[in-house]
Design a protein around this ligand. Structure first.
Ligand SMILES: [Zn+2]
Length: 206
């Protein structure tokens, strides 16, 4: 794979948050084992080294969120379950895109100057955030990692393909809730034009 051209490339990390990643989290994704976590972090480190902006989606709910009728409570803003599983969320270089609409220039500034942008969402689909389309306007290629394959990863990948963004998913750096549903989700993403590669296909290159 030719990834020489890093212009317009971002890493999209989907919901790498305690409630999903930790086994005792609010809504643990059982497939997110040590190997998956290691692949997520390896890709994260590579992106930082190459200066590729990291866009991290953050599932974000109020304590009485309607989603909790369908799923156990998880990722309530202000709780430890909401926080990033790794420590990157506490760094000063993070810009948070909230659920309410913000000026486009703030988003463009963040993309240009912040190594990591966290964008909040309170449904499975990232593009329910009114700022999401603007955030990806100048993006040509997205590398995708995170959880869960059969829910939010699928929604992000299909949403990006819909915008015409080239999508490369790192096979070992995603994990799903249900095996069959995850396999079906992968088929759907491939049909939509997403490529699936191994970590070393990307991280082995500079
Ligand atoms: Zn949620």
């Amino acid at each position: 794979m030719n990834i020489d051209d890093l212009e317009g490339m971002v890493l999209v990390e989907v919901d790498v948050q305690n409630d999903f990643i930790l086994k005792d989290g609010g809504l643990p994704v059982m497939g997110a084992d040590c190997a998956v976590r290691a692949a997520i972090m390896k890709t994260h480190g590579w992106a930082r080294e190459c200066g590729i902006p990291i866009i991290a989606t953050m599932d974000c709910h109020a304590p009485d969120d309607p989603e909790f009728k369908s799923f156990p409570p998880h990722c309530v803003e202000g709780t430890a379950g909401y926080d990033r599983w790794d420590s990157s969320g506490s760094k000063k270089d993070v810009f948070v895109v909230p659920l309410r609409e913000i000026p486009e220039e703030d988003i463009l500034d963040a993309l240009a100057y912040c190594p990591m942008i966290q964008i909040q969402k309170n449904t499975i689909d990232l593009f329910s955030n009114p700022n999401a389309k603007k955030l990806f306007e100048g993006v040509k290629k997205a590398i995708v990692t995170g959880v869960a394959t059969d829910y939010c990863v699928k929604a992000v990948v299909l949403g990006l393909r819909n915008l015409g963004v080239e999508v490369i998913v790192i096979k070992e750096a995603i994990a799903g809730v249900d095996l069959d549903a995850s396999a079906a989700a992968v088929d759907e993403m491939v049909s939509a034009g997403a490529q699936f590669v191994l970590t070393d296909d990307i991280v082995g290159q500079k």
